[in-house]
Design a protein around this ligand. Sequence first.
Ligand code: MG
Length: 371
Amino acid sequence: MKINRLSVFQKNLPLKDPYWLSGGRLKFEVLDATFVKVETDAGITGWGEGTPWGNTYVPAHGPGIRAGIETMAPALLGLDPRQVEHVERAMDLNLPGHLYAKQPIDMACWDIMGQAFDLPIADLLGGKRSTGTPAASSVSSGEPDYMLDIIKSYRDRGYVAHSAKVGGSDTDKDIERIRHLEANRLANEILLYDVNRSWTRREASIVMNAVADLGVTFEQPGETLDDIAQIRSVTTSPISVDESLVTLQDATRIARDGIADVFGIKLNRVGGLTKARRMRDVAIAHGIQIFVMATGGTAMADIEAAHLAQSIPDAFIRACWSCQDMLTVDIAPGSGQRCVNGLITIDDTPGLGIVPDEALLGEPVAVYQIG
Ligand code: MG
């Protein structure tokens, strides 16, 4: 089987509400999404989506995905998409780094492999759990009552996991937010306090030590792994790392040096399922739990994350973010499994199990083909 055509589509995805990160430092209103259609000489077609969370959050760039695919396309045409590690090496050889540009291609190859072997991707990744994965909401930073109202709106839809955005120079405000949300947390709820790198070491020490009695988990409380390792040495709260978990080498360092207790694996950031499954295995081998997420995007991106989440044992999976609920558009109405009552599951449809409506994507912005 050979890849004989790559078609690239661009779509703006407006958010239902403006979204604030890092204590109001970063604002987001629309996401720039790239969809990739990979066709083969066997008549099997795979789809991928790459949607960074804007271009100010981490080093990822919507137009950069399209430029990266243009650079890599000549090396991809003619490859067997079922051989995902051959495809991975071709991408890494022709465009070192730029992992966010590789993820949608990798995703489409896994979709094709699943269809070729008549299995959902979660089964190709080692085996699908029968239990679903809790969907995690993403709670924009703001006043404590505003944040609690967002949690309540998701709670009404069955969500039990929430990633509450904190961080900023007002440490008293962060302490107030965390104590208020914890005082109103239900017994079965999972709350993660996501700092998104915005604290200095001093601020992290002040807030984390002030609420140490609560035993809550903080995500990415500093900018770098060196910062988090130092914060770790002066605090006791559990720590999750996501923005600083980019490569397999990051994963092995975090595990070896005991920098964090939880991995936040974001598929677009780490370059797709082929690379993410190795991080999953490092985590499980070292007693590290896992959040799985798209960096953003539609139900397609969420389903890719759900396949990986469903391949992780119950004892290790924390939750899987569902971004689709935050968007005003759905590019695959009527297709694919959706988050139901706060639970994400994967059915037995081979491959990814979701196909976009091409009429909603418009004309491709680029097509690369053999001949
Ligand atoms: Mg995070």
